[in-house]
Design a binder for this molecule. Structure first.
Ligand code: ATP
Length: 201
């Protein structure tokens, strides 16, 4: 299965772009949501998280998000250790999921495609980009968050320049109608690439 990774900064429009691909019949894997699901449902992941961070990681059978968040807050090493447990489980799940899909290609949505070196699990990468003031306004409106809170989340992500440099393609999200058109064009190219990929294997 031909796999496409879509990434972008906070409020850039990743989910919006993925929704447009989905409307065109393309299966989308939301890695953030699936990571949360797997942390609750995967027995082996639960066990390794408990081994690494203690039994308090789960309370009454539920993931203790507040406790885990406090473990990794301001501690890059702890964050890396948690990611080292969660990311392989998510990538295994994505690979198995991708093989079950029937669309011409599949999309992996990830806010940390490059930061977590997930790009090696996909064949093509797309960065969704928007001017910073727009991203800020969208994220504040969507989350009801203050400017500083959004800016500090932005500061943890790689810059747009680096994202543009590392991604195969960049998609600019300002106007929704233009974005829809860009997604449709991109979908045609990806279907063509996927058909050639199918011929190769
Ligand atoms: P995050 O990483 O923070 O989850 P994201 O990159 O997935 O964000 P979206 O959730 O797609 O971004 O978009 C952020 C908000 O901006 C949403 O409320 C969405 O509806 C809105 N939005 C996105 N693109 C546009 C657009 N072109 N015009 C108007 N609103 C938009």
């Amino acid at each position: 299965m031909y796999k496409v990774g879509i990434t972008g900064g906070i409020g850039s429009g990743k989910s919006t772009v993925c929704g447009l691909f989905s409307e065109l019949g393309i299966a989308v894997y939301d890695s953030d949501a699936e990571a949360k699901r797997l942390m609750c449902t995967s027995q082996s992941l639960r066990e390794s998280i408990c081994r690494e961070f203690g039994e308090k990681s789960y309370a009454g059978g539920e993931l203790n998000r507040a406790y885990l968040a406090s473990c990794i807050f301001g501690d890059d090493d702890a964050r890396r250790r948690l990611n080292a447990l969660v990311h392989p489980a998510v990538m295994d799940d994505f690979a198995a999921w991708a093989e079950r899909q029937t669309s011409d290609y599949v999309i992996l949505e990830s806010a940390i495609l490059f930061e977590a070196a997930i790009e090696s699990h996909v064949d093509r990468t797309i960065a969704v980009m928007s001017p910073e003031p727009l991203r800020l306004a969208r994220a504040m409106a969507r989350d009801g968050a203050g400017e500083q809170a959004v800016r500090s989340r932005m500061a943890c992500q790689i810059s747009d320049d680096e994202m543009r440099r590392r991604a195969d393609w960049a998609m600019i999200n300002i106007d929704l109608d233009e974005l829809r058109e860009e997604v449709a064009q991109c979908d045609k190219k990806l279907r063509y690439e996927a058909s050639r990929y199918g011929n190769r294997s």
